[in-house]
Design a protein around this ligand. Structure first.
Ligand SMILES: [Zn+2]
Length: 148
C-alpha cells in the first residue's frame, strides 16, 4: 500500500491496512485535529448528534456542580484568557449579524489601508491574524448655534 502525506503535518505516513482511506498520520496532535474536525462537522450536520452532545454536557454539569466556578478561581489566567476569547467570539458574531442586517446595506467598502507604526508594530510582523476593526460613522451635522 502506498505512502500518504498527512493533511495536517504534511509528513509522509503508511496508512493502516484496516483503514485504507486513512488521510491523517497517527501523531497525537494530528489525530486530535481530525477528531475535533469530525466532531465540529457532525454537530453542524446532524441534529440528533448535536442534541446528544448538548445533553451529555448538561448531565456532566449536573454531576459536577461548581466545577467551572472552582476552575476559574484556581486558574485566573485561564479564566482571563477565556474571557478575552469570548470577547473575540462575541465581536465576530456581532459583525456577522451586522453583515446580515438589512439596515447595514449601506455599508460601503473602502480601499483604505491601515499602517501600523510605533515600537509595538514590530511584534505584529509575524502575526498574520491581527484583528483590526475600523468603523467610519457619519458625523451628525453641526448643530445650529442658538443665540438664546
Ligand atoms: Zn500528521
Amino acid at each position: 500500500m502506498g505512502e500518504r502525506r498527512c493533511r495536517y503535518c504534511q509528513q509522509v505516513f503508511q496508512p493502516s491496512k484496516f483503514q485504507p482511506r486513512q488521510a491523517v498520520c497517527n501523531g497525537a496532535g494530528c489525530q486530535r485535529k481530525r477528531c475535533t474536525e469530525y466532531h465540529r462537522e457532525k454537530i453542524a450536520a446532524d441534529p440528533e448528534y448535536r442534541e446528544v452532545c448538548r445533553d451529555s454536557g448538561r448531565k456532566w454539569r449536573d454531576r459536577h456542580p461548581g466545577y467551572w466556578k472552582q476552575y476559574r478561581e484556581k486558574r485566573p489566567d485561564a479564566a482571563e484568557h477565556n474571557r478575552q476569547q469570548q470577547k473575540l467570539r462575541d465581536r465576530k458574531r456581532r459583525l456577522r449579524n451586522l453583515a446580515n442586517n438589512t439596515s447595514a446595506l449601506d455599508l460601503k467598502h473602502s480601499a483604505a489601508q491601515v499602517w501600523l507604526v510605533g515600537s509595538g508594530a514590530a511584534h505584529l510582523v509575524n502575526n498574520n491574524s491581527a484583528l483590526a476593526q475600523i468603523w467610519v460613522i457619519e458625523a451628525f451635522p453641526p448643530r445650529p448655534v442658538s443665540s438664546v
